[in-house]
Design a protein around this ligand. Structure first.
Ligand code: ATP
Ligand code: MG
Length: 390
């Protein structure tokens, strides 16, 4: 099978922007597949068409798993091209199924090129008739639940025949939705939040706060690994590493223990905003979900958001822990996230942190800190790394 037809759903709805979405999807497909596997990738009406090289035809498995990570693809099919005539479609369809085991089948034609003179139901009938003639007499037609469906697409100058629709990840092509900065902790949640932001077309950079040398470097190693996995959805990623130790020291020395978690988060948000402003990034992304842990109440979230002007997106807000864990397993970050580390935020935090922070109290506590100076110093020490999917 030397062609792949990629169908998208939502991109089709985007009116004037459609070209822009399609171009980005094509670019993302080109960047994902090996150049030696691909003869061309181009748009044909309402679809993206990939033609494989001989080498590509032999790498179907790898190509299939790569396409499953490209947001914007609703489903795709490995297909054979036939000449745009009934005879050619009949022969091609028969060739595809003649060695398969099945009892029932159907033919489903989609005729996008309305210049082709035979309407879809008639193509179905003619191809079915040919197949009945050439297969053993025990084969039956079943239009509802057949063992095999033969799909035929008549589009532009092509006719494609295939047997399988493979589900893609849906969503929008990464890059059409601007850039955001994820606060990535090394835990289970923030990688999953990243996945959902990318799925809506947002290209991500990442920021991680660590307390090295007061802790080991485990959390840094973990986020590097997590970003490597997440980069399969967006190719290349940037990681900003920020030392949080000095800020924590001041918070611990000068503020009530109960408020520390919220204070840590407000500092993180401010520093992330500083990185965002310098890099044309429009929003932050966090892995918070409502009520999951004591610190993630609506009150606390509101006080954290209040520290910055930039919007903080929280893609997991309505998700149960179990759903998040399942998604983490599916995308391949779970096993990394559960490795032990020394999370900077677990340091010096009381057993019962404030669950209903009040802005007034937080602001009072922050008056005792050299907030601006601390943020400037943290930003000055930023270490920037580039990470690609291997
Ligand atoms: P996660 O599983 O992502 O760690 P969590 O359920 O453990 O989330 P918290 O530890 O309260 O929740 O963190 C809430 C969010 O704050 C995280 O999802 C992440 O976006 C951000 N965050 C926490 N710690 C860090 C860190 N060290 N560096 C960057 N972001 C962090
Ligand atoms: Mg955490």
């Amino acid at each position: 099978m030397n062609y792949i037809i990629c169908h998208y759903s939502e991109i089709g709805l985007k009116g004037k922007n459609r070209r822009f979405f399609e171009e980005r999807l094509i670019q993302n497909i080109r960047r994902t597949l090996k150049p030696s596997d691909v003869e061309f990738v181009k748009r044909i009406s309402g679809r993206i068409l990939i033609k494989l090289t001989l080498k590509g035809e032999k790498s179907q498995k790898q190509i299939q798993s790569a396409l499953k990570n490209i947001f914007g693809i609703a489903y795709f099919s490995f297909a054979v091209e036939a000449e745009q005539s009934i005879e050619a479609m009949q022969k091609t369809a028969y060739e595809l199924i003649k060695d398969k085991e099945f009892k029932t089948f159907r033919v489903l034609t989609k005729r996008s090129n309305k210049n082709f003179p035979i309407i879809s139901p008639d193509v179905n009938k003619k191809v079915s008739a040919y197949i009945f003639k050439h297969v053993s007499s025990d084969k039956r037609a079943d239009l509802k639940n057949p063992d095999i469906t033969i799909y035929i697409e008549i589009v532009e100058k092509y006719a494609f025949v295939y047997l399988q629709k493979i589900k893609g990840p849906g969503g929008l092509p990464v890059g059409v939705g601007g850039r955001a900065l994820v606060l990535l902790s090394g835990g289970i949640d923030s990688p999953v939040a990243s996945y959902y932001a990318m799925k809506r077309g947002v290209k991500l950079d990442f920021i991680h706060f660590h307390a090295y040398p007061y802790t080991n470097k485990a959390s840094i190693e973990k986020v590097r690994k997590i970003i490597t996995v997440l980069s399969k959805f967006q190719f290349k990623s940037i990681l900003y590493l920020i030392s949080f130790a000095d800020i924590q020291k001041q918070i611990v020395a000068k503020t009530p223990p109960k408020l520390r978690v919220v204070l840590y988060r407000r500092f993180m948000a401010r520093i992330a905003q500083g990185i965002a402003q310098r890099n044309n990034i429009l929003a932050l992304v966090s892995g918070e979900s409502l009520g999951q842990v004591a610190s993630q109440t609506l009150e606390n979230i509101s006080v954290i958001s209040n520290a910055v002007d930039i919007p903080i997106l929280r893609p997991l807000i309505g998700q149960d822990k179990q759903e998040i864990v399942e998604k983490a397993k599916e995308i391949g970050t779970y096993d990394i996230s559960i490795l032990p580390d020394q999370d900077c935020c677990a340091r010096f935090v009381p057993k019962h942190p404030e669950t209903k922070a009040r802005l007034k109290d937080i602001q009072k506590a922050e008056k005792k800190l050299k907030t601006k100076k601390l943020i400037k110093a943290a930003l000055r020490g930023t270490v920037k790394e580039s990470i690609s999917f291997k």
